[in-house]
Write a protein that binds this ligand. Structure first.
Ligand SMILES: [Zn+2]
Ligand SMILES: [Zn+2]
Length: 397
């Protein structure tokens, strides 16, 4: 690995900042303390900052030379509403809040890069360091754009990364095109007619209606979408009834839909509505159909993907830059990629052996109560960020 010496020298200090953030997790749009920590670090290093985009967002601006070229690097900064089961010294101090996705580490890697960029300035142009709140369901990226991120800080491209347990430290993964799915929610309320469960002929029972709908929805995946396209419909909640001898008068079903393209999403939403409405009608019931689109699919731009792949290969060797296998998880970096060219990649977090005594069962994936970010990644991630910024600004347009 070709790590940058000055970043390695600072890594322990940045790891301490990472652990401080880990111990004080904050949820969507409440990242006040976290933003204060980021702002203080950047200011201490002489980096001008802008605060307040999406409420708690922080943008650091590192400028050098006379070029008007600019590139953005993004870290998400929020935690999850879950209780940490680790008991090591930097475990969460707040019950019900935890950095279980490693956004504390994403913040630390970008801080380490910021420090090096401002100290050494081996580039001509501007690097925007985008610290984004509310990735975990709040759409912080969309809110930063609504608040004028790309107008205030006109950048040619933007790059983002996520740590990935199960991939070795020193490995990266990236892919051109769709890599994370669109994330959407539905809620279907079936209105029947309640009555005595011993005399069902006097009622319109919403339970068999719901059962038919659940089955029929899966035929949208198996019969309506092209076999080479991907889609998921998961009914995850069915709520109805209170007592064994009463036919309930309504049933509420909720769940999630995932797709890699908006075409498939349009089709699934339309078909689900048709299936729900007509199935309810076939049984003499009625239904309300609600469908909410959350994050769009994360689609990497081809030439920015190749650029990022080259930079990572220079740092860890081409054999350690894998092809990213797309996942049906979702990521709000997708909004940034709708506004600007760019790419999103994964950085291996190791199998969990980095964790100190006092952690729960391992190894574990993201969003597990015993997960922890691997501090070994800080110099590696920061080196890649610095090289990406330097080489982007030195590249031909
Ligand atoms: Zn997450
Ligand atoms: Zn995450």
């Amino acid at each position: 690995m070709r790590l940058i010496e000055s970043i390695l020298a600072d890594a322990a200090a940045i790891a301490a900042v990472r652990r401080d953030i880990h111990a004080h997790p904050e949820l969507c749009f409440e990242e006040q303390r976290t933003a204060d920590v980021i702002a203080k670090q950047l200011s201490d290093w002489g980096i001008p900052i802008h605060r307040g985009l999406a409420k708690t967002g922080v943008v650091g601006i590192v400028k050098n030379g006379s070029s008007d070229r600019a590139v953005g690097l993004r870290a998400d900064i929020d935690a999850l509403p879950m209780t940490e089961s680790n008991t090591f010294a930097h475990a969460s101090r707040h019950r019900g809040k935890m950095h279980a996705c490693g956004h504390d580490g994403h913040t630390a890697m970008l801080l380490a890069a910021a420090k090096h960029l401002s100290k050494h300035r081996n580039f001509d142009g501007t690097v925007y360091l985008v610290f984004q709140p509310a990735e975990e369901g709040g759409g912080g990226a969309r809110e930063m754009m609504r608040d004028g991120l790309f107008e205030k800080f006109p950048m040619e491209a933007i790059f983002g990364a996520h740590n990935w347990p199960g991939m070795r430290v020193g490995q990266f993964a990236i892919k051109s095109g769709p890599c994370f799915a669109s994330s959407n929610e539905f809620k279907i309320t079936i209105h029947g007619k309640g009555g005595h469960a011993a005399m069902p002929h006097n009622s319109i029972d919403p339970v068999p209606v719901a059962c038919q709908m659940v089955q029929a929805f899966q035929t949208i995946i198996s019969r309506n979408i092209r076999p080479i396209d991907a889609g998921v419909i998961s009914v995850t909640m069915i709520h109805t009834g209170e007592v064994t001898n009463v036919v309930p008068d309504r049933c509420v079903m909720e769940g999630t839909v995932r797709t890699f393209t908006l075409d498939v999403l349009d089709m699934i939403e339309r078909r689900m509505k048709e299936v729900a409405t007509h199935t309810a009608a076939a049984f003499g019931a009625q239904c309300d159909f609600e469908f909410v689109r959350n994050y769009p699919p994360t689609i990497n731009h081809p030439s920015e993907t190749e650029f990022a792949r080259r930079v990572m290969a220079e740092v860890v060797g081409a054999e350690n830059v894998m092809e990213f296998e797309p996942t049906m998880g979702a990521e709000d970096f997708s909004y940034f990629l709708q506004g600007k060219p760019g790419a999103y990649f994964l950085i291996g977090n190791g199998d969990g052996s980095h964790r100190q005594g006092g952690h729960g069962m391992g190894p574990c994936m993201l969003h597990n109560a015993s997960y922890d970010f691997n501090d070994e990644l800080i110099p590696l991630g920061a080196t890649v960020w610095v090289r990406m910024a330097e080489q982007w600004l030195a590249s031909k347009r």
